[in-house]
Design a binder for this molecule. Structure first.
Ligand code: PBE
Length: 267
């Protein structure tokens, strides 16, 4: 109601996601660095966060979430990032493909494909939106690969398929990573002859699995900032194949009708 501050209207809550996500660490740092000591970061999941966002938007209530790009929510809703003058959420963030040590020798075909694999946020957005609209993730990835065979051809050209070798991917149930991992699984299976298991885990085990060699690869490493803690811990036990996407971003996000423009406005 009129006169109530934004903080009071949202009960000084920022709607977060799974506690292992790097964005949660950055959001906690933002609370600290912007002096938002009366604010609470709510833990949950990617799915719970988008459900809460949908509800708030339906009733035009203010809400503050931890958000990132690429994500279908920016296509579906009118949203904005709160400015982050202290750069707590970093700057030029990328998504990297990180593999276990020895993968090149063990699975040179998969390694070669993963080394080549790089795409755009618009391309990922096509799969994410299809999933959000109700398509099964594996089906959405398959449909995308079939309608973009020129891309898939380039990523797999001249790689000799294997004969049913097993391969393990790890990822977290973040919408962006559901899209990328399903696409990689589909290409490894349909074009390169692998039998793939994609383990859906928390962020910690996603990294640990690659570091200890239980998992062959993950395409869900957000660097240099979002997963800096995991990177610092495991960098000597993994191999970084570089960015599979550049120009990604994380931050605090609100519907455009929310009056705040900067994290500083939350104080
Ligand atoms: N995210 C999406 C993840 C990486 C991918 C930004 C939610 C994170 O915060 O760790």
């Amino acid at each position: 109601a009129g006169g109530k501050s934004l903080g009071d209207q949202v009960k000084h809550e920022i709607i977060g996601i799974d506690p292992g996500a790097g964005i949660m660490k950055a959001a906690s740092a933002a609370i600290e660095e912007y002096g938002l000591s009366d604010w609470t970061l709510i833990e949950g999941s990617s799915a719970a966060m988008t459900a809460t966002l949908a509800k708030a938007i339906k009733s035009e209530q203010p809400i503050i979430i931890t958000g990132w790009t690429p994500h279908w929510m920016f296509a579906k809703y009118d949203l904005k990032y709160l400015e982050d003058p202290k750069k707590v959420f970093g700057e030029a963030e990328e998504i990297h493909t990180v593999v276990r040590k020895g993968l090149k020798e063990a699975h040179p075909e998969a390694y070669e494909f993963l080394e080549r694999f790089e795409w755009t946020s618009d391309e990922m957005g096509e799969i994410m939106t299809a999933i959000q609209e109700g398509q099964d993730p594996a089906e959405a990835a398959k449909a995308w690969a079939e309608s973009h065979s020129d891309r898939v051809d380039a990523w797999t050209a001249d790689i000799q398929p294997v004969n049913g070798d097993t391969f393990k991917l790890s990822y977290v149930a973040w919408d962006s990573e559901i899209a990328s991992t399903n696409l990689i699984q589909y290409i490894l299976e349909s074009r390169l002859g692998y039998k793939v298991t994609a383990l859906q885990v928390e962020a910690g085990p996603m990294w640990t699995g690659v570091a200890n060699g239980d998992v062959d690869a993950t395409a869900a490493a957000w660097l240099p900032l979002t997963h800096a803690d995991y990177w610092d811990k495991y960098k000597d036990q993994v191999e970084d194949l570089g960015a599979n996407m550049t120009g990604v971003r994380t931050g605090l996000v609100v519907p455009s009708y929310v009056e705040a423009n900067s994290i500083e406005d939350l104080k």
